[in-house]
Structure formats: structure tokens, C-alpha cells
Design a protein around this ligand. Structure first.
Ligand SMILES: [Zn+2]
Length: 176
């Protein structure tokens, strides 16, 4: 099931999310909905607060090559346990901040520990786009957006654009 994605600014995108104690059938369903929503957008990552659920859950699939099999991953309580000193910069975007992109510098590689859908602990080292994506999504769980890394003026400009987008959307919905 595809869920509506919250658009910045929204207080639910600024919350510190709660850890998941155990993977209940409801949370497994939520994770599947999040993957459906992410693929539909389309995007490469999505965090639970983006669909209004303030729990520590993210989903990702950074495989972009149509000839390579998709690799959906669901991460409950993801935690960065190691970051490389090497940094890299990617042009990031966000499904909650549509059509806005900016270069963000982050550690080039990170090691992440999380609980999977079966409740088992997983650990993996991510590099390249996967590393950027997992850090961007974990930031969401702490109420942080990629625009928080930008200079205030740039951030305010993007926020104003999003406020206008939301007003226009509300007006459109009202006109129907
Ligand atoms: Zn995002």
C-alpha cells in the first residue's frame, strides 16, 4: 500500500523517533508499505517519519542499474557504529523536499548495525551511494534533513519554496 509522504516543513519530520522493541506484524506491514511508497515515488530510501510514523525504521534500495536485481533492505533501529575519515560529497534530494537538490558532504563509508524483519541483528559496511543514503535516512530518525547541512539562507529559500508548494497543493485539493 502506498502511503502519502509528508512534505517539509512538518513538525513530524523534526521529531526524534522511538526505537522499535520488536518487529510486530503491523511494523512488518508498515515496512512493506514504505518500500511500496519508495519505489512508487520513485526514491532510493525512505524513513518512517516521512509517512508520519515516528519510529526508527528505514528502507533502502540504491540499485539503480535496471540490469541488476533490486535489493530492498528494511532496517529497524539502524545505528552507525563506524564512519570513515574519508569524506565524499553527493548531490542529495529527499522525497519530503521534492525537486530540491544540494551537495552534502558526509563520511564516504559507514558501518551500520540494525535489526532485520526477522528480529535478527545485521551489520554491514556501506560505501558510495549506499553510504550517503543510509546516513541521510538515519538523520531523518533524529529529526534532521539534508537541508540542515546547508547555509541558513539556502535552507530558508528551500523551506519557503516548500511552504508555497504545500499552499498550492492545499488550494488544488480545495478546488476539487
Ligand atoms: Zn529524505
Amino acid at each position: 500500500m502506498i502511503r502519502p509522504i509528508l512534505i517539509h516543513p512538518d513538525p513530524r519530520l523534526k521529531k526524534i523517533c522511538d526505537p522499535v522493541a520488536q518487529v510486530t506484524p503491523e511494523l512488518a506491514k508498515l515496512a512493506q508499505d514504505m518500500l511500496d511508497t519508495m519505489y512508487d515515488a520513485p526514491g532510493i530510501g525512505l524513513a518512517a517519519p516521512q509517512v508520519g510514523v515516528t519510529k526508527r525504521i528505514i528502507v533502502m534500495d540504491c540499485v539503480k542499474d535496471p540490469l541488476v536485481a533490486p535489493r530492498p533492505i528494511v532496517l529497524f533501529n539502524p545505528e552507525i557504529i563506524w564512519s570513515s575519515e574519508d569524506r565524499s560529497s553527493y548531490e542529495e534530494g529527499c522525497l519530503s523536499i521534492p525537486d530540491q537538490y544540494a551537495e552534502v558532504e558526509r563520511p564516504a563509508e559507514v558501518r551500520v548495525r540494525w535489526m532485520d524483519l526477522d528480529g535478527a541483528v545485521q551489520e554491514e559496511q556501506f560505501a558510495d551511494l549506499w553510504a550517503t543514503c543510509v546516513q541521510h535516512e538515519i538523520d531523518h530518525l533524529d529529526g534532521k534533513l539534508f537541508i540542515d547541512y546547508l547555509r541558513p539562507l539556502r535552507r530558508q529559500m528551500i523551506t519557503r519554496k516548500m511552504e508555497k508548494l504545500k499552499r498550492d497543493k492545499a488550494r488544488e485539493a480545495g478546488a476539487r
